[in-house]
Design a protein around this ligand. Structure first.
Ligand SMILES: Cc1ncc(COP(=O)(O)O)c(C=O)c1O
Length: 358
């Protein structure tokens, strides 16, 4: 069998390691940028009633019109822009690659950044160019980006706004220069939109090559797997052609439509997370040997200035707290951990365990 695999599986697939999701049962889960708050009981009841009526013997609606309408109303999508939905924004990244990719075509982004841009480029046979951010604060290296755009001619350029895993938001005027210089599509990935006041949504249509991608995952619906890509109708029409029929399942369509009718609930939860983010940042700053980086997202990147990230990560896990260990993921992330902002009691448990391990 090994011979067969060696002969048949594309070499670039043999080389990569599968995306690893650690087991989190029984742990305080601060590794995946989830919203820690459940729904109030009345909404849970309404939801269960809706699911009871869902026709799961039927295929779902292929275009999810109710979800589209609910997203438009809740998220302020400009009326003249179209929408395409994905099974998480991960699927939209794959659809974009299938739409404009091909042998020799390149995807460009900033490193350290969201790993799926690189992974999906590899899955779809495209090249990946990662332009390094500038230490010490993970700033955009604009001259290097402009140079790479000219040299590499990427068909897709992703900018996570704010960036994962660094949490910072690049200056809007620099992003504009990238959009204007890019020879291909620029996707502003606003996965963390609920936790910042900045967005390019209202600027869609100002450039022919700008699309905005978002997700409902971080606002509190990660389990539904629902991402959305918005931009000029001519672009969305092309991208929609590579979407698998029925990619948004019936339970997700029903659940998202209901949830999005309650924007105030999610607004209150994300506001609480933003307040807690400030408390967590202050507490981390007070710890000797910890350098937290300012964040506009629902997580904080921190560096252990005396080293020991692997030991501290393992120690936190032993004490029941799961964070993300980024040591080894990129040279700029040496001795770095990323912690999702949780409920105050989760963050207190994390801080107490961290303080003991330092
Ligand atoms: C920048 C960024 N984009 C996209 C995603 C994926 O989101 P989704 O859950 O919609 O696939 C993530 C998840 O961590 C992310 O950090």
């Amino acid at each position: 069998m090994h011979d067969l695999i060696a002969r048949l599986v594309r070499p670039e697939i043999q080389e990569i390691r599968a995306y690893h999701v650690p087991e989190a049962a029984g742990l305080i889960k601060l590794d995946a940028m989830e919203n820690p708050y459940p729904w109030p009981e009345e909404l849970q009841e309404e939801w269960l009633e809706l699911l009871r009526c869902a026709e799961i013997n039927r295929y779902p609606h292929p275009q999810s019109p109710a979800v589209q309408a609910a997203l438009r109303a809740a998220m302020g999508i400009p009326a003249d822009m179209s929408l395409v939905l994905g099974n998480g924004s991960d699927e939209l990244i794959q659809m974009l690659a299938m739409t404009v990719g091909g042998p020799g075509h390149k995807v460009m982004s900033l490193d350290p950044g969201f790993v799926m841009y690189r992974m999906i480029a590899t899955f779809t046979g495209m090249g990946y160019v990662g332009v390094p951010l500038r230490p010490p604060a993970f700033d955009l290296d604009l001259p290097a980006v402009l140079d790479a755009l000219e040299q590499e001619q990427p068909v897709l350029t992703y900018i996570a706004y704010p960036n994962n895993p660094t949490g910072n938001l690049f200056p809007a005027h620099e992003v504009v220069q990238i959009i204007e210089a890019a020879p291909g599509l620029v996707i502003l990935d606003e996965a963390y939109a609920p936790f910042t006041d900045s967005s390019f949504l209202s600027r869609l249509g100002d450039w022919p090559n700008l699309l905005v991608m978002r997700t409902v995952s971080k606002m509190g619906l990660a389990g539904l797997r629902l991402g959305y890509l918005t931009g000029p109708p001519e672009w969305i029409e092309q991208i929609d052609k590579v979407r698998l029929p029925y990619n948004i399942n019936a339970l997700t369509q029903a659940s998202a439509t209901l949830a999005l009718r309650h924007p105030a609930l999610f607004q209150a939860q994300t506001t609480a997370i933003r307040t807690e983010r400030a408390c967590l940042f202050t507490a981390l700053t007070a710890l000797d040997g910890v350098q937290p980086y300012p964040s506009e997202a629902n997580f904080i990147l921190l560096r252990l200035t005396q080293g020991g990230a692997d030991r501290v990560f393992a120690g936190l896990k032993e004490r029941g707290v799961l964070v993300k260990n980024l040591h080894g993921a990129h040279p700029l992330l040496a001795e770095c951990l990323r912690v999702t902002v949780g409920r105050p009691e989760d963050d207190d448990a994390f801080l107490a365990a961290l303080a003991r391990l330092l």
